[in-house]
Design a binder for this molecule. Structure first.
Ligand code: NAP
Length: 283
């Protein structure tokens, strides 16, 4: 068997085409969606993520503002900047690119963003609402993963989902979203014993560990759906996922590639959330 590839790149392109029209319609009635991105310091990876987000905004006609702050910006200065954006009516989404310099509390920054503009879905209020299934901004990577699974009409209800990884931005929320879709969810992490026995039971296996080629075919049940969230750069410069793609493709029914899988969907859901934010605003 060779798996069907779920191309995040293709799905993202289709969704962004639809969004372009939606943004044009909103702009025509004076409600152009606006996203502010704050970048602190000069981390090259962060800079390239921010650039990709800005380019995506431009492509669909979204108003985007990049605020670049020096590495030695104080926490108070950053919080003040976020406060000003919370009050700015032309801005509907605020994103602070992580990681932050060590002297700034990530949690204080996340909590300063108004939940009405929390398009990353990291605010405790957004997370709480997600847990109880209320309308909110869903975190972009997990949201994109669910969209990818649904795009192939893959059944989720009653299926066993195993998530490897339990970070606050990927592992935990993707399990929660799939639980909300009525899957039975198991989490594995660095302290899990006999992990292979657990992953082998998965109908849908989501891997978000951050270790190149960590999951081989021996971890995967025949016919499982494999979602590879990992992005790892090898010494050769090549980008690979957490899953050994070539061998996993031979045992799974569906698989996401790296690159061109989950990554493009993450930015797409950020655009989606920013557009949603405008629609939810009362004025
Ligand atoms: P993270 O915060 O470092 O979390 C990694 C998770 O993997 C932790 O829960 C950790 O367990 C678990 N883990 C580590 N070693 C393990 C092992 N030997 N066995 C089982 N579990 C193990 O990473 P993250 O932010 O979730 O990101 C994960 C990967 O996804 C990274 O490669 C990242 O670049 C990528 N990513 C991609 C996108 C995208 O848009 N494509 C977005 C976000 C992240 P403990 O909790 O026990 O330490």
């Amino acid at each position: 068997m060779s798996a069907v590839v779920i191309s995040g790149k293709e799905l993202a392109a289709k969704k962004r085409e639809e969004m372009k029209q939606e943004v044009a319609d909103l702009t025509a009635i004076g409600k152009q969606p606006g996203l502010a991105v704050i970048l602190i310091g000069d981390n090259p990876a962060s800079r390239s993520y921010v650039k990709a987000k800005q380019k995506a905004c431009e492509e669909i006609g979204l108003h985007s503002v990049l605020i670049e702050l020096p590495e030695d910006t104080t926490e108070a200065e950053l919080l003040q900047q976020i406060g000003a954006l919370n009050e700015d009516n032309s801005i509907h989404g605020i994103l602070v690119q992580l990681p932050l310099p060590n002297h700034i509390s990530e949690q204080a920054v996340i909590e300063k963003i108004s939940p009405d503009k929390d398009v990353d879905g990291f605010h405790p209020i957004s997370i709480g609402k997600m847990m109880i299934g209320e309308e909110t901004f869903l975190p972009c990577t997990p949201f994109g993963i669910v969209e990818m699974i649904k795009s192939k009409q893959i059944p989720i209800v009653g299926k066993h989902v195993v998530v490897v990884g339990r970070s606050n931005i990927v592992g935990k929320p993707v399990g929660q979203l799939l639980l909300n879709e009525h899957a039975t969810v198991t989490y594995c992490h660095s302290k899990t014993e006999n992990m292979k026995e657990i992953t082998k039971q998965a109908d849908i296996l989501v891997v978000a560990v951050g270790r190149a080629n960590f999951i081989g075919a021996e971890f995967i049940k025949d016919g499982a759906v494999v979602i590879d969230v990992g992005v790892n750069r090898l010494d050769t410069g090549k980008l690979v996922g957490d899953v050994k793609y070539d061998e996993a493709k031979e045992v799974s029914s569906y698989i996401t590639p790296v690159p061109g899988g989950v990554g493009p969907m993450t930015i797409t859901m950020l655009l989606h959330n920013t557009i949603e934010s405008v629609k939810r605003m009362k004025v």
